[in-house]
Ligand binder design. Structure first.
Ligand code: CIZ
Length: 319
């Protein structure tokens, strides 16, 4: 493993590359990251660097997001077959069909969508700001379609009281987290706080002390007085939580919530990617322009606590 780490460091310098690693990746891959985090945060960070090359350790739509925000950089994904079943639950043609059926609706897509789908939508959102977007980006008269995640869409609709047409997609890994997993863990660890990702089903969210994105979980765990946490999201999240909070204890809701696509990226593949400059993520300029508009429309409304005023100003150019 160490051989690969040395080789990656060498190649990174040679290629003037930056390595982005999603919170759900394998621990050894998280350890070689220049930045770890959620897909949008990582893509924004990379766009601010002077790197010529971005290596995105995550799933395909995430690397596409990096390309949309840094079209002049070469974006590589070490494992191109690392897809996202949730993102694959809606196609650009299906969004166009929705437009025909609901010509007066505003369409908002979760960041877990392909670039082609983002390009067809009016607004993008993240799990951190879906509620805020529904609250602030639309007037009471607006008809809203939310896609593709039914759990995030229903949660945001419920929190805001908005009437929303919701696409029925879901994340298979989060779907394996059941309320009985949380109830059993709560019995074992009664003092633990429950953090749940809004891709979980409503029965799980009901048992949560906090419903949070991955970056929200890191912030909550850091700031909370609690010493123990039950974590209802993809199991990879346990690693960054433990690294950032060595004195605190974190329990995965279930080991079944492991995303096989997220675990496809290995150090060997990262090294090969940098050595041979594979696998490049390419998008038509028109797709980049249109997808960037829907991301930009979100950034204008983003009041995510993670974004400082300076970052808001820096990202204004995207809108
Ligand atoms: O976009 C991301 O990074 C995902 C999938 C989730 C999150 O909450 O960070």
């Amino acid at each position: 493993m160490n051989d690969f780490v040395g080789k990656i460091q060498e190649l990174k310098k040679k290629r003037n590359a930056v390595i982005l690693v999603h919170n759900y990746q394998l621990p050894e891959v998280q350890d070689i990251a220049d930045f770890t985090g959620d897909s949008l945060g990582l893509s924004i960070e990379a766009s601010k660097t002077k790197a010529d090359v971005i290596v995105f350790c995550g799933v395909y739509f995430m690397a596409e997001t990096a390309k949309i925000l840094s079209p002049q950089k070469t974006v590589l994904i070490p494992e191109p077959s690392a897809g996202c079943p949730l993102a694959d639950m809606i196609s650009a043609q299906q969004v166009r069909d929705l437009r025909v059926q609901h010509p007066d609706a505003k369409i908002i897509c979760y960041v877990n969508t392909s670039a082609d789908v983002k390009a067809e939508c009016d607004y993008c959102c993240t799990s951190a700001n879906a509620v805020e977007m529904l609250q602030n980006a639309f007037s009471d008269q607006d008809k809203i379609i939310f896609l593709p995640d039914k759990h995030l869409g229903s949660y945001a609709a419920h929190k805001t009281g908005r009437n929303v047409i919701i696409w029925q997609g879901y994340c298979p890994s989060h779907a394996r987290i059941l309320p009985e997993h949380i109830v059993a863990l709560k019995k074992e660890h009664p003092a633990a706080r429950v953090m749940a990702h809004p891709e979980c089903n409503a029965a799980v969210l009901k048992l949560a002390d906090a419903v949070l994105s991955t970056s929200g979980m890191l912030r909550y765990a850091r700031e909370s007085q609690a010493q123990e946490f039950i974590v209802a999201t993809e199991v990879g999240m346990i690693y960054p939580l433990k690294i950032e909070n060595p004195g605190k204890r974190f329990y995965e809701a279930t080991s079944l919530a492991s995303c096989p696509n997220m675990k496809k990226t290995t150090l060997a593949k990262v090294a090969t990617s940098l050595e041979n400059m594979v696998h490049e993520v390419l998008l038509p300029q028109d797709t980049i322009n249109r997808a960037k508009r829907s991301i930009g429309n979100m950034i204008r409304f983003r009041k995510d606590a993670q974004l400082t005023q300076k970052e808001h100003e820096e990202t204004k150019s995207l809108s």
